[in-house]
Design a protein around this ligand. Structure first.
Ligand code: THU
Length: 134
């Protein structure tokens, strides 16, 4: 089931991407999550002059979801790029972050300038990921 359609997620991620603080890489990323109740949460990357302190768009969207009382990711759409929007593969750390809140039906959508271009399950994006359960 989906309340927010893919076009809505793409629009939200593209819009929040415009607010990214990325003066060092100039690579702007936006992420939009539909949670288990059909609510929208967004995030963008926030860089810092002390480079390792920068945070990814996915981390921001997940933090917004948790702060709003959400619990699981139904869909997450990511879009990035400097000038042109291009498919931005989530970094390894963000794959683990997404996995924390993903279920078997979770989809990870990667968009280019036209909309969703690639679609993955969590198992496809992070095979054999870390878990505390055996
Ligand atoms: N970035 C994200 O926001 N998400 C990812 O999954 C990959 C990378 C950001 C971090 C940094 O601000 C910029 O993109 C370039 O690495």
């Amino acid at each position: 089931m989906s309340v927010i359609d893919e076009a809505g997620l793409f629009a939200a991620a593209s819009a929040v991407r415009e607010r990214a603080h990325a003066p060092y890489s100039r690579f702007l990323v936006g992420a939009a999550i539909e949670d288990e109740e059909g609510r929208l949460h967004i995030g963008c990357n926030v860089e810092n002059a002390a480079f390792p302190l920068g945070s990814c768009a996915e981390a921001g969207a997940i933090a917004a979801m948790i702060a709003a009382g959400g619990g699981r990711i139904r869909h997450i759409l990511v879009v990035g790029g400097r000038e042109e929007l291009e498919v931005c593969a989530p970094c390894g750390g963000c794959r683990q972050r997404i996995a924390e809140f993903a279920d078997a039906g979770t989809t990870i959508l990667l968009a280019d300038g036209k909309g969703p271009a690639r679609r993955f399950s969590m198992a496809e994006l992070l095979p054999y990921g870390f878990s505390l359960e055996p």
